[in-house]
Each structure stands twice: as structure tokens, then as C-alpha cells.
Design a protein around this ligand. Structure first.
Ligand code: GAR
Length: 208
């Protein structure tokens, strides 16, 4: 059974999709051990608690130095003995020591087709604002392993979503969630939990 820590910062709709997929059998062989938020007010924490899942806050505000927060975050995750860390809308720069400790064991969902509209400054609604400003016709979402760069790790799954003429950032964000994020994030976890995903020479291989 793959033990998961899910890290969140906000609404937690991706967390909800993961919990629903575990409940309805779309994800097998996986269990959420803990949900961790950097934001005490994140609604995602309520979603976890309402399912009886342990929900904790580790906030940079609780520490004088960033290094102390980084250490506390890593210690908290270590304390649950998890196999996979799932970043589901976690808007925190992952400390390098955590990336080293969990190499190819941290996955992230990004709301665009990487390598477009990703990297520093592209998160949440800003991604969709960038998409609309450039006028691209197709966007989507990506699940990838986390490495030392920002949105540069090996890509596991992607799904394309159409951009429509009169989209606002909010309308587009919702469509990308519904048609891509809530599908590929649970799918990626199920593939990993069932031993189907490997990384070779920086590229992901998915077994049939
Ligand atoms: C999602 O759209 C996710 O892709 C994005 O934050 C949102 C969180 O929503 N993540 C990033 O932008 C990471 N760079 P949620 O809390 O409802 O799952």
C-alpha cells in the first residue's frame, strides 16, 4: 500500500479528486496518511478532516528563518513514513533537502502543458492569465516529478484542454481542473501505486 502525504495551500479540489478516486476504486493500493498545508485557513484541511484524514499546518509564519520552516516541513513529512509526496496546489518552493530525500517520490500538478506557461511566477490563476494574454488555443495540465528546478522534472501525464473565445481566467481554470487536473492527478497516483511508473535517463516510462 503506497502511503501518501498530500500538500495543499488552498481550496483542495485536487485533494478532493484524489480522496474520491481512492473511495471509488479509481486509485488502488494507496492511502493518504496526512494532508499538510502551509496555510492554516486552507479549505483543503477541512476536506481532509471531514474524511477522517489527519490534517496539519506547517507555516513559514511559525518560524523566524526559512531554513527552520524547511527543516520542520521535512521532519513532519518524514514522521509519517510516506512513500510519495503529492503536491496538490502547494504554493511553496520545495526545499532542496526535501527534493534530495524524496528523489522521484514527489509529484506536482501544474495547470498548463509544460513547458508552456510554467516556471517562476506561473502558479494558480496567473497561469491562465498568461494563456489568455498569449491567445493560445490549447492549454491543459501536467503531472510531473519534482526536481531542483521549477516545473522542470520528468513529465508523467499531460492532458490538453481547449481555450474558448470568451474565457476569463476563472472560467478557464475551472475547465482545466474539470477536464484535466482532476483526471490526470488520480491517474498518476494509481499508476505509481501499482508500480507502473519508472524514470530512466530523466524520462518517465509507463508500463502497459
Ligand atoms: C490547481 O489549479 C493546481 O494546478 C495549481 O493550483 C491549483 C490548486 O487548486 N497549482 C499550481 O499552480 C502549482 N504551480 P486546488 O487547491 O483546488 O487543488
Amino acid at each position: 500500500m503506497l502511503k501518501l502525504a498530500v500538500c495543499v495551500s488552498g481550496g483542495g479540489t485536487n485533494l478532493q479528486a484524489i480522496m474520491d478516486a481512492i473511495d471509488n476504486g479509481a486509485i488502488t493500493n494507496a492511502k493518504i496518511e496526512v494532508v499538510i498545508s502551509n496555510n492554516a485557513n486552507a479549505y483543503a484541511l477541512e476536506r481532509a478532516k471531514s474524511r477522517g484524514i489527519e490534517a496539519v499546518c506547517v507555516s513559514p509564519k511559525q518560524f523566524a528563518e526559512r531554513a527552520e520552516f524547511n527543516k520542520a516541513l521535512l521532519e513532519k513529512i518524514d514522521s509519517y513514513g510516506v512513500d510519495l509526496v503529492v503536491l496538490a496546489g502547494f504554493l511553496v518552493v520545495i526545499p532542496p533537502e526535501m527534493i534530495r530525500a524524496y528523489q522521484n517520490r514527489i509529484i506536482n500538478i501544474h495547470p498548463s502543458l509544460i513547458p508552456s506557461f510554467c516556471g517562476t511566477g506561473y502558479y494558480g490563476l496567473k497561469v491562465h492569465e498568461g494563456v489568455l494574454a498569449r491567445g493560445v488555443r490549447v492549454t491543459g495540465a501536467t503531472v510531473h516529478f519534482v526536481d531542483e528546478g521549477t516545473d522542470t522534472g520528468p513529465i508523467i501525464l499531460q492532458k490538453a484542454v481547449e481555450v474558448l473565445q470568451d474565457d476569463t481566467p476563472e472560467v478557464l481554470q475551472r475547465r482545466v481542473m474539470e477536464q484535466a487536473e482532476w483526471i490526470i492527478m488520480p491517474k498518476a497516483i494509481d499508476l505509481i501505486a501499482n508500480g507502473k511508473v519508472s524514470v530512466e535517463d530523466g524520462h518517465v516510462r509507463i508500463a502497459e
